[in-house]
Write a protein that binds this ligand. Structure first.
Ligand SMILES: *Cc1c(COP(=O)(O)O)cnc(C)c1O
Length: 372
């Protein structure tokens, strides 16, 4: 079976885990510090590692002072985590429509949704593309809003020749098992806002003031103060050791993803039954490869046809604003989201896939579309 996505690991990650296990210290310690330092070189600004990408979003929102009754504008076509991180703060996710070329937030739509309660915008870099970020930052400046970029899909992607996460207000990454790099589970917050970095560093360790520095050297605080709500959201040394090994070979991992996505483009861009995202894979490191099918089809049937051919496919994502928990917050119709949500299909993409696999999957897709 060709998997939709998977963790791609080398001996380096396995040796790294063994090295940490041998120390018999599995909590947050020097490996986390080392991983953060390497990420700070990668992004050229401060980084705080946490237990997953959802926690990175939650802590960032909280550190921006976002709470009960506040509104955060977010695309409906995203992983559930973006929405749940907002409601975890007591705030309301306000579902926004997307641009139909890249499925990222549509700046014109954002403007229509801003109220006196709006405190932040959460752009989601769908499939690895940052979309029209400059336009979104302009809006944020006019209305004095924070921007928490959900960069979970976009580790390594470039926007106007700058790495996603190396600029802007706050950028949150996920290192879960199938993302562009993994630390098993894990995530990080990147920002130049020193006050915010200080807050999230404490808040990831139950709010214990200044505990991070002690943990880095395998110590902990016995006498301390707590100034705000905290969580057990820190990263462990085992995770950080995996992350370091992945970051060291990220050039290979990202190149492989880009090469496979370019091959999909070559094989599929001529079909009039399909639309591909408007991506340049010299700059974008794709987390997923999504096609929009321009025919009416039954998702379950397509899933079954692919399954018979030994291929796993998926759908990123269901519309969040239609889920029971978020329905009351629907502000207005989302025509682009509504029209694409039932037509998208995600094809396998991970660094262990081969060019031949991509050729086989593409041929299968075209055959299936011919039979509809
Ligand atoms: C993976 C992901 C997250 C959450 O990251 P976790 O590490 O799984 O908690 C958030 N947003 C998007 C768009 C994601 O794909």
């Amino acid at each position: 079976m060709i998997r939709l996505s998977k963790s791609c690991l080398s001996e380096k990650e396995k040796e790294a885990v063994k090295r940490v296990l041998d120390t018999e210290f599995l909590g947050m310690g020097p490996e986390v510090k080392a991983f953060e330092e390497k990420l700070e070189i990668f992004f050229e600004r401060p980084v705080v590692c946490v237990v997953n990408g959802t926690a990175a979003l939650h802590l960032s929102l909280q550190a921006c002072g976002i709470g009960l009754g506040d509104e955060v504008i977010v695309p409906s076509l995203t992983y559930l985590a973006s929405f749940q991180a907002i409601t975890a703060c007591g705030a309301k996710p306000v579902a926004c429509d997307i641009d139909n070329t890249n499925f990222c937030l549509n700046p014109d739509d954002i403007k229509e949704l801003i109220t006196t309660k709006t405190k932040a915008i959460m752009p989601v870099h769908y499939a690895g593309s940052p979309g029209n970020l400059d336009e979104i930052y302009k809006i944020a400046e006019i209305y004095n809003l924070r921007i928490i970029e959900d960069s979970a899909h976009a580790f390594g992607s470039l926007y106007k020749n700058k790495k996603v996460g190396s600029f802007g207000d706050i950028s949150c990454f996920s290192f879960d098992g199938i993302k562009n790099i993994t630390s098993g589970e894990g995530g990080c917050i990147v920002s130049s806002d020193e006050e915010l970095i200080k807050k999230v560093k404490d808040a990831r360790l139950l709010g214990v003031c200044g505990d991070s520095e002690k943990r880095y050297s395998k110590k902990r605080s016995w006498e301390f103060d707590v100034k705000y709500q905290g969580w057990r959201y820190h990263m462990s040394d085992i995770m950080a050791a995996i992350g370091i090994a992945q970051l060291d070979r990220f050039d290979n991992l990202s190149y492989k993803r880009q090469e496979l996505a370019k091959e999909y483009q070559k094989k599929l861009s001529n079909s009039d039954k399909l639309k591909l995202l408007d991506h340049n894979y010299d700059y974008i490191v794709p987390h997923i490869f999504v096609v929009e099918i321009l025919l009416d089809f039954d998702f379950k049937e397509i899933l079954e046809s692919f399954s018979q051919a030994g291929i796993a496919v998926g759908r990123h994502y269901q519309e969040n604003h239609k889920l029971s928990f978020f329905q009351e917050d629907i502000r207005r119709d989302l025509p682009v989201t509504n029209s694409v949500a039932n037509r998208i299909l995600t094809l396998p993409l991970h660094p262990d896939l081969t060019i031949n696999d991509v050729a086989y999957i593409s041929k299968k897709l075209l055959d299936i579309l011919d039979s509809i």
